[in-house]
Design a protein around this ligand. Structure first.
Ligand code: CA
Length: 498
């Protein structure tokens, strides 16, 4: 492809937006018309997975094109060494205008700020929903307003003022819909008079599963805080609660609407449902704003006359539990957290309404950017360009499994460190249960344990069949493939290999 015909790339990424909260992925709880437009006029990837379901590591994998044991960002707090090669540097070197706006979350200061971007204007750390102080090319600037709008405004301003003679690589990365799910004025009353459908595994009792699942502290029942619920969590598992609702708390911008309202619960289930509705509605309100703002970006590309010359991608750094298994948050290799929404619009290479079921991962994303941009020298990238999948046919030998590793042992939500392999039909997980000296972990050993899920018969992963004699051969074949994958990406097993 000649350099003049290389596409622009607009890479929109949100934070913690699960695929099952987009209507193009069949959401039961919300509608996302602008995001759906990308899928309807482009392609939807149904098996796009993250290689480590947590914010900072996934972002590092996407930027550097390497697994976390290679790029060093194994956990939140491990921070990216910005002298490493990355995809922005590659695209800049071959003539792209490179920019990033919004969430960065790979560390702060001279050793961690964005490199490879001609223009950057980022939130600090997680960043707030309202009135963020951002850092533009090293200089702090205070903004007024809602983060999702501001980040979109900055992206649009850059689009308007770019050099039209050069292709662009623009990253528009939202804070939303990350915890603590604070909606803006426009959307805060959405769903107010509705009761949203409950996830089918909301009342999961973790029978037939690992201790890791049972012990994790991310339950809607017991682990939601004041900030999550925007009210003092009702005590106990049932019973009445009088709910005070202060106007604001340092660092948070709560939007009180139920001051002093008394709530009583007749049963444990009622309490869980109450908390679930509080949580999911705020989460979806934040997404509604992301969806509106994606619409604004598409309109702007159209107005600039470059919509069809631009690869528009929408994704999120990982999935999220939307009450599934009774949880919020992510981290586990289970489906809702492992799967990333991934939709692409680029009519020059994609037939409208395409769906791809082949396996691809976050590590494959920069390899694909390199492919579009004609970068030929980035041998360090560990992923594979999924560009051939856009036309609906996987090339011979395309990956049929993926490798996952969660390193952040017991931090934040008490999830045991684990790794595993997912194929089209099965998932094998090994909870090795050790901190292994990684940053931001808890140095407490857990009894190692395995899980195997037969995704054909058990798509919700409710029954671990690892010890079922009928799956002995499957276990043995998957272990072999797991170790082969580890060897291929340069990681190594923790468990004794028999
Ligand atoms: Ca995230």
């Amino acid at each position: 492809m000649s350099k003049s015909k290389r596409p622009n790339i607009l890479f929109i990424m949100s934070d913690d937006h699960a695929a099952h909260a987009l209507s193009c992925y069949g959401s039961r709880v919300n509608k996302t018309p602008n995001l759906d437009r990308i899928a309807n006029e482009g392609i939807r990837f149904d098996n796009c997975f993250c290689t480590n379901s947590i914010c900072e590591p996934s972002r590092a994998a996407i930027l550097t094109g390497t697994y976390n044991h290679i790029n060093g960002v194994t956990t939140i707090g491990a921070h990216l060494d910005n002298s490493l090669p990355n995809i922005a540097k590659e695209l800049k070197a071959v003539g792209y205008q490179t920019a990033i706006f919004g969430k960065w979350h790979l560390g702060q200061g001279l050793e961690h700020w964005p490199t490879g971007f001609e223009e950057w204007n980022i939130l600090q750390g997680q960043g707030p929903y309202f009135n963020p102080e951002m850092v533009r090319n090293g200089e702090k600037i205070q903004y007024e307003g809602y983060s999702t709008d501001i980040i979109t405004d900055l992206t649009i301003e850059y689009l308007k003022n770019r050099d039209p003679e050069k292709p662009f690589f623009i990253n528009c990365h939202h804070k939303a819909p990350h915890r603590s799910w604070e909606p803006d004025e426009k959307h805060k009353h959405m769903y107010e008079d509705e009761t949203l459908p409950l996830p089918v595994t909301l009342f999961d009792n973790y029978e037939n599963r690992s201790n890791a699942a049972r012990e994790a502290k991310m339950r809607i029942t017991t682990d939601m805080t004041y900030f999550d619920l925007k009210l003092v969590p009702p005590e106990g598992e049932s019973g009445g609660a009088k709910i005070p609702y202060p106007d604001s708390l340092d660092g948070f911008s709560l939007t009180p609407s139920e001051s002093g309202k008394a709530v009583t619960f007749g049963s444990h289930e009622e309490l869980v449902e109450f908390k679930y509705q509080r949580y999911i509605k705020d989460y979806l309100r934040c997404i509604a704003s992301v969806d509106d703002n994606v619409g604004r970006l598409l309109d702007e590309l159209e107005a600039e006359g470059v919509l069809d010359d631009t690869v528009v991608i929408y994704t999120s750094d990982q999935g999220f539990f939307l009450g599934d298994h009774g949880w919020f948050d992510k981290r586990f290799m289970y489906e809702e957290s492992l799967r990333m929404p991934f939709i692409v619009r680029y009519p020059k290479e994609i037939k409208a309404g395409s769906v791809c079921e082949d396996i691809m991962t976050n590590v494959d994303i920069p390899a694909t950017f390199a492919d579009w941009a004609g970068v030929e020298t980035a041998d360090y990238l560990q992923g594979y360009s999924f560009r051939p999948l856009l036309s609906g046919k996987a090339p011979e030998g395309w990956q049929e499994s993926m490798y996952y590793r969660y390193w952040m042992h017991l931090s934040h939500h008490y999830v045991s460190a684990h790794y595993g392999i997912r194929t089209k039909d099965f998932k094998l997980i090994y909870y090795y249960g050790e901190a292994m000296g990684q940053p931001n972990t808890v140095d407490e050993s857990k009894q190692p344990e395995w899980e195997l899920f037969d995704l054909r018969n058990d798509p919700h992963e409710m029954k671990n069949v690892y010890n079922d004699p009928g799956y002995r051969d499957t276990v043995s074949a998957l272990k072999k493939e797991l170790h082969a994958l580890q060897a291929k990406v340069g990681d190594k097993p923790v468990e004794e290999i028999d």
